[in-house]
Structures are given as structure tokens and as C-alpha cells.
Write a protein that binds this ligand. Structure first.
Ligand code: HEM
Length: 238
């Protein structure tokens, strides 16, 4: 694929990944968000869903690319999609901290406007004990937090210079944790729904297929059936 085509594709992928966030912003501006039965719950679910869907899309890039040598260019999109996973997961976490947990946003903003930026921190300190209590009590939050910490580590080490500094093998090993983040996110979903609700089954089925493909590839490589067919950016192999 020509460089020009890749640039256009990158613009399209950026636009597609930003679309949900822009749509949410538009819903806020046109007032339809406020019409939701529970707007905070809606934003939490919306951002959580997109973080997980993009994570699965990111994981799907490698097996699709392996279908044919001509698809090697797809590897260039994995880092980009990965950064959007982190963006939506961060919005999800911020929704939890700033809206879900009773953070006094008007007081924080009023303090900021009055020239007291420390008010942002003061408000966070006020809700901190109840948030810690919530994390201790609810295991679905614990596993969600674990998924987020992994995504944070992967995002921090995603620049190419960090990859080079770490060495290809170490970088690969660390970045395989994306599968663990996917598993943790699915567990997070199963543990938060009420008993008997089966909504997370679709994302779980997609994750199982992607994991099976990854394990199958590792196995074939080990027994020597699989040869490395794609030379482009081999360090980014996961
Ligand atoms: C950073 C730590 C996290 C916290 C504190 C957190 C918190 C929450 C909360 C409070 C809910 C709503 C629960 C309810 O309805 O009672 C939720 C739902 C959800 N979260 Fe998280 N989460 C975290 C990380 C993640 C991550 C990393 C992902 C995905 C990559 C994720 C995906 C989801 C999904 C898919 C839902 C359900 C959405 C739906 O029902 O449509 N969460 N999370």
C-alpha cells in the first residue's frame, strides 16, 4: 500500500475512533444526554463499551494482517487504535471518579475560577475514603482497575524510542499483556452485571476467538509450521 493511501487511512481511522466521543459531546450540547434516565450511568456504560470494543478491534488487527502478506501495513494502525482504547478507558475512569463517586464538580470549578486550583485536589481528598471503600468492596472495580493499569503501562511504553530502549523481546513480552487487559475487562463486565444477565457474552466470545488464534499462532511457530511472513516493523509483533 502506498504511503499516501496509508495517510488517508490514518485520517479515516482517527475520525472513526473520535466519532463516539464527539457524538457524546454533541448529546451533551443538544441536551439529549440530560434526557437520559441516568446520564452518569449512560456515560459510564458508553465509555466502558467503547474502550472494550476498541480493545477487541486492536487485538483483531494482528490475526487479520496474518491472513496475507499484502496486509502488513495494518500493523501501523495498532498503536493508534491502542491509544484510543486508553483514551476511552481514561474517560471511563474519569466518569467514575468525577461523576459517579460524588466529586463536587461545581465547587471544584468555582474554586478554580476564584484562583484556587488546589480546590480540585481538596474535592478529590473528600471523596477519596468512599472511593477506596468502594474499590475494596466491589471486585468488579478491582479487576477494572487492573485492566486500566495494564493499559497505562502499554500506553507509556508505546513510543518507538521506548520500544528501542526496552529491546524488542522485552517490549513484546510486556505488550502481550494487552490480552490480559482484555480478559480483565471482560471479567469486569461479567462481575458488574446482575446474576442471570448474559449481555457480556458477545464481547467474551470475540475475545476467546482472538485468544485462540493467538495461541494457535504461537503453537504453530513453536513447531516450526509458521514462518515470519511480514517483515515490516517486526518489533511490533505481539
Ligand atoms: C479504571 C478502572 C475502572 C473503573 C473504576 C470502572 C468502573 C465501572 C463502573 C462503575 C461501571 C458501571 C457499573 C454499573 O452499571 O453498576 C463500569 C462498566 C463497564 N466498564 Fe468499567 N471501570 C474501569 C475500567 C474499565 C476498563 C479498562 C474497561 C475496558 C477496557 C471497562 C469496561 C467496562 C464495560 C464494558 C462496562 C459495562 C458497559 C455496559 O454495561 O454497557 N472498564 N465500569
Amino acid at each position: 500500500m502506498s504511503n499516501r493511501a496509508v495517510v488517508w487511512l490514518k485520517i479515516i481511522v482517527h475520525a472513526l475512533c473520535l466519532l463516539p466521543a464527539l457524538w457524546l459531546l454533541d448529546q451533551y450540547h443538544n441536551g439529549s444526554l440530560a434526557m437520559q434516565a441516568d446520564p452518569v450511568n449512560y456515560i459510564t456504560h458508553f465509555t466502558g463499551d467503547w474502550a472494550l470494543w476498541l480493545l477487541l478491534a486492536d487485538l483483531a488487527i494482528t490475526p487479520i494482517r496474518r491472513l496475507h502478506t499484502s496486509l502488513g501495513w495494518m500493523v501501523r494502525f495498532r498503536r493508534m487504535v491502542g491509544l484510543y482504547v486508553f483514551l476511552y478507558a481514561t474517560l471511563h475512569l474519569l466518569t467514575y471518579v468525577l461523576l459517579f463517586s460524588g466529586y463536587d464538580m461545581p465547587a471544584a470549578v468555582a474554586g478554580l475560577r476564584a484562583g484556587h486550583p488546589a480546590e480540585l485536589w481538596t474535592q478529590l481528598k473528600l471523596i477519596w475514603p468512599s472511593m477506596v471503600d468502594d474499590v475494596e468492596k466491589r471486585r468488579f472495580i478491582q479487576v477494572g482497575l487492573a485492566a486500566y493499569v495494564i493499559l497505562l503501562a502499554l500506553t507509556a511504553t508505546s513510543p518507538k524510542r521506548v520500544m528501542r530502549a526496552m529491546g524488542g523481546k522485552n517490549w513484546q513480552r510486556l505488550h502481550r499483556l494487552i490480552y490480559v487487559a482484555g480478559i480483565a475487562a471482560c471479567i469486569h463486565y461479567w462481575w458488574l452485571v446482575k446474576a442471570g444477565v448474559r449481555t457480556p457474552w458477545k464481547v467474551t466470545a470475540v475475545l476467546i476467538v482472538l485468544l485462540a488464534l493467538r495461541l494457535g499462532y504461537s503453537f504453530r511457530k513453536r513447531i516450526g509450521v509458521e514462518k515470519r511472513t511480514v517483515r515490516a516493523e517486526p518489533l511490533q509483533e505481539r
